[in-house]
Write a protein that binds this ligand. Sequence first.
Ligand code: PYC
Length: 403
Amino acid sequence: MRDLFRKRRMWRRRPELKSRYDVVIIGGGSHGLATAYYLRQHGITNVAVLDKSYIGSGAAGRNTTILRSNYKTPEGARFYDASVKLYEGLGEDLNFNLLFSQCGHLTLAHSDRAMFVMANRAEVNRLNGIDSRLITPDEVQELAPTMYVGPDTTYPIMGALYHPPGGIIRHDAVVWGFARGVDEGGAEIHPYTEVQSLERRGDRITAVNTNRGRIEAGTVLNCTAGWSTLISEMAGVPMPITTHILQACVTEPVKPFLDVVVVSSQMHVYISQSDRGEFVMGSEIEPWTTYRMQGTLNFLQDLTKHTLELFPQLEHARLLRAWAGLCDLSPDYSPILGKTEVENFHVSAGWGTYGFKAAPIVGRTLAELVATERTPDLIAPFALERFYEDDLVSELAAAAVSH
Ligand code: PYC
């Protein structure tokens, strides 16, 4: 039968799995693909990236595209700063237009307590060389002249944490750019390949069983975000993670009138305007644990109510689509990254609502870990062991939402 597909699109179709790879990466989202991409820099190319669905179908395709590094802990701020810096050069690296717009990021403060927390974050950020400062309501208005900042609102604006390098990027371009780079480098991308079990002998994973056959593996990486606990269970590595849904939605395109990312953790919203003119808006995680990615009416009601308080101009804008994604939340809201008690099974998990921002630096550091068998300093604080040693990295209250 004639092949209906061009021989080569962004990445090649790989009809069969080999019987063995040096590295098997479970999860074909931004983290898994980035890791495969950077492994090539260490000369490791006998690599398979497996995804149970299409590439970028999980958290990489369900976020609100925001990048920033204005975290609360020095460990978090340094780590995400390295990620933003990699993102700054990523379009050129991948030779792929990622539409990265460093339009700036505003976290609104509506109370004395919030002002105190923002001042604290600004200090931590600046001590780590990150451009981040507290600004007044007048400056907020200057940066977002179309936003309603009047006093007669439920949540008057007392100031904001302003983070100029923050912004938005085209999320699916990040996935496609990494995937094309992975393919060019010789690694294999296998969508629709679901991991069903892992074979473990002693302290090592020896094979990965999929719906398309059995693969022997030198190293196995779990980069599956919302499903990370299920894959880790297969390795006999329990994870202190709960899984929740996070919802977002987008309006029809309207004329450009917002050129900064606006976040309010008290109003539970983060809002930006895409290059196409759509307003992209997201909210809180839902408090219950679930894998059911179904949207709720409460979400739409609360989100649109608060968005209209800030942008009454959107009163007649129609919503085009809404979606939900899975968030794997760790107890201290920092990621769980690197080695586990199983020698050749490493994880990128526990990202909560922060995962997409971290993709390039996760890829680079995990690739280094695989190649050298040493944990890079930047990710050492995020080891799974911290929960056994009581050495937490609390990013509580540093999200765009109120967790
Ligand atoms: O923490 O920047 C953030 C974020 C964006 C969307 C959800 N969380």
